[in-house]
Structure formats: structure tokens, C-alpha cells
Design a protein around this ligand. Structure first.
Ligand SMILES: NC(=O)c1ccc[n+]([C@@H]2O[C@H](COP(=O)([O-])OP(=O)(O)OC[C@H]3O[C@@H](n4cnc5c(N)ncnc54)[C@H](OP(=O)(O)O)[C@@H]3O)[C@@H](O)[C@H]2O)c1
Length: 279
């Protein structure tokens, strides 16, 4: 049965996205393409997409033109076959060297081709680039939005000041997501950027939410996993998604882990236990 309790609202729209998505860094290579595990990766992505749709009615995937120099996007594109396009919310990112107007438009066309789709659900600026005025980047983003090539605009690794500035250059739409590093072991985003986003209705997409496995070894995480009959990953992720407007995008290429991660949705740690983790 579909449980929509863990879908988080996108500001200014009726759309929502799952609190748990699937990251893809190292799927399809790091900075260069790696084709050695394509069938395993496609199988993992397809499994995750199918399982998330079954569970919450929608799947969220996070990729980037940078990942495997585009091969990650190609694998995501291949994994979409057999699903209806509206059931998968695709996030991809433009790299910092492509933030000028013409390069950004071209980069988006490249991502669309590799993803084999006619629109990107959410297009993020991967990292700021101080050499290119953010006004120019946002102008290009808004052109893609107006042309219907991207449905939503977002950023990643932006601090409050730059996010505010970027928003000021958009006239027909707004930034709806800021993807930042956030986990039990790295809570630096809580100082300024998360409160700002929550106040403004901007979704916080937490990357590296498992600290590549580090959080699974925390004593309180292990203790709570035993108490709830859940896994350490589910405890660490549930703490994140219990927060307003926070979604997390753990990466996994292992079916059991993917299922586990998606099964973080639909239940909650008690207030008391959240506080234990919080402290
Ligand atoms: N915007 C940015 O600048 C930025 C930067 C970094 C990352 N990201 C995005 O965020 C995603 C996630 O971050 P990340 O890949 O750095 O790290 P992560 O998701 O914190 O950790 C990934 C590692 O955890 C393991 N894992 C996943 N689920 C598990 C589970 N249930 N139990 C045990 N181990 C588990 C994975 O191994 P298996 O594959 O074997 O399960 C993998 O080794 C990336 O893939 C990428 O999409 C964005």
C-alpha cells in the first residue's frame, strides 16, 4: 500500500518528493566513465525506482553531469525504461565550469540527451563559481525553466548569502532546493543555512547522509537500531527526515541496502530517541 506521509512539499507547487532518494556518486565512475558494472548498476537503480514507487508512489534520483563524466546520467536514463516518466523525479546538476549562460544551456541539453528524457525535474547548480556572476547563471536557469526543459531550479553547496542573491535574480520562479552535506556527524549546516531554508520553504537535500558508512558505527545509533529492530542506516536516516523539509539521498548499489534505505520512510523514532541522537 502506498504511504505518502514521507513526501515533502515543493514550495509554490502541488508537487512533493520522497524523503529518501537515491544518490549516484560512484555509480558509472568517479571523474571518468567506468563501464565495468553497468548491468549491476542498472539493476540496482531499477530495483530502487520500482521499490520506491511501490512504497510512496514516486522515486527520487540524484545524479550530475560530473559523475562518471556523464556515464552516471546515462545509467539513470537506461534505468528509467519500463517506468512511467512521472513516477521518477530526476535531479541532476550542472558543474561549476558550465555556469555561464551559453555553457549552462548546452550542459542541460547534454544531460537531457544522456538521461534520454525531454525534461529534468530539478536542475541544480552543483557548486558556486565565483568567476561567473550568479545573475548570469540564474538567467540561464530561468530560460531552461521557461522553455520547459527543467521543472524546478535548485542549488547545491550555497551559503545563505549566495542563495539569497541567486533568488533575487529569478523573476518567474524560485529556488526550491539547496543540496548540502548533512548527517549526524556533520551538522555544520544547522548553524545558518538549514534554518534559513526552513523559514523560506526551501527543501534541504542532505548529501553524504551516511558519511559513507561512518554514522553506522555510532554507539547511540547502534543502540537505537537494536531497540527499534531497524538497521543503523535506518536510524541515521530517520533522524534526518524527521526534520521539516529535510530529504536524504543515500547512495547504494546493493539491493538490500537500497530497500533498507527506502524503508526508512513511513515510521518515526520517538521524540525522546530523536533527542538522544540530537544531543
Ligand atoms: N552536491 C554535492 O556536492 C554532493 C556531494 C557528495 C554527494 N552528493 C550526492 O549524495 C549522494 C550520497 O552521498 P555519498 O555517496 O557521498 O555518501 P553516503 O550516501 O553517505 O554513503 C554511501 C556509502 O554508504 C553505503 N551504504 C548505503 N546504504 C547503506 C546501508 N543501508 N547500510 C550500509 N551501508 C550503506 C554505500 O555502500 P553500498 O553501495 O555498498 O550500499 C556507500 O559506500 C551521492 O551519491 C550524490 O548523489 C552530492
Amino acid at each position: 500500500m502506498i504511504d505518502t506521509s514521507d513526501l515533502k512539499p515543493i514550495k509554490g507547487s502541488m508537487d512533493k518528493i520522497p524523503a529518501i532518494g537515491m544518490g549516484t556518486w560512484r555509480i558509472g565512475g568517479n571523474y571518468a566513465p567506468n563501464y565495468s558494472k553497468d548491468s549491476l548498476w542498472i539493476d540496482a537503480l531499477k530495483f530502487g525506482i520500482g521499490y520506491s514507487i511501490e512504497k510512496v508512489g514516486l522515486a527520487l534520483i540524484d545524479t550530475a553531469e560530473l559523475y562518471g563524466a556523464g556515464h552516471s546520467e546515462e545509467l539513470v536514463g537506461k534505468s528509467l525504461r519500463g517506468f512511467s516518466r512521472e513516477e521518477v523525479f530526476i535531479t541532476t546538476k550542472v558543474k561549476p565550469e558550465n555556469l555561464s549562460y551559453n555553457k549552462l544551456v548546452k550542459a542541460a541539453e547534454g544531460s537531457l540527451r544522456r538521461l534520454q528524457t525531454d525534461y529534468i525535474d530539478l536542475y541544480l547548480v552543483h557548486w558556486p563559481n565565483p568567476r561567473i556572476p550568479i545573475s548570469e547563471t540564474m538567467r540561464a536557469m530561468e530560460k531552461l525553466y521557461n522553455d520547459g526543459l527543467i521543472r524546478y531550479i535548485g542549488v547545491s553547496n550555497f551559503d545563505k548569502e549566495l542563495l539569497e542573491e541567486a533568488r533575487s535574480y529569478l523573476s518567474v520562479t524560485d529556488i526550491v532546493v539547496n543540496q548540502v552535506k548533512y548527517s549526524l556527524l556533520d551538522r555544520s549546516a544547522e548553524k545558518e543555512i538549514i534554518p534559513y531554508c526552513q523559514k523560506e520553504g526551501i527543501i534541504i537535500m542532505a548529501y553524504t547522509p551516511l558519511e559513507r558508512g561512518e554514522v553506522l558505527r555510532l554507539r547511540n545509533v547502534i543502540k537505537l537500531a537494536e531497540k527499534y529492530g531497524k538497521t543503523p542506516a535506518q536510524i541515521a536516516l530517520n533522524w534526518l527526515i524527521s526534520k521539516p523539509l529535510v530529504v536524504a539521498i543515500p547512495k547504494s548499489e546493493n539491493r538490500n541496502h537500497i530497500k533498507e534505505n527506502i524503508d526508512t520512510m513511513g515510521w518515526r523514532l520517538s521524540e525522546e530517541d530523536l533527542k538522544i541522537l540530537e544531543d
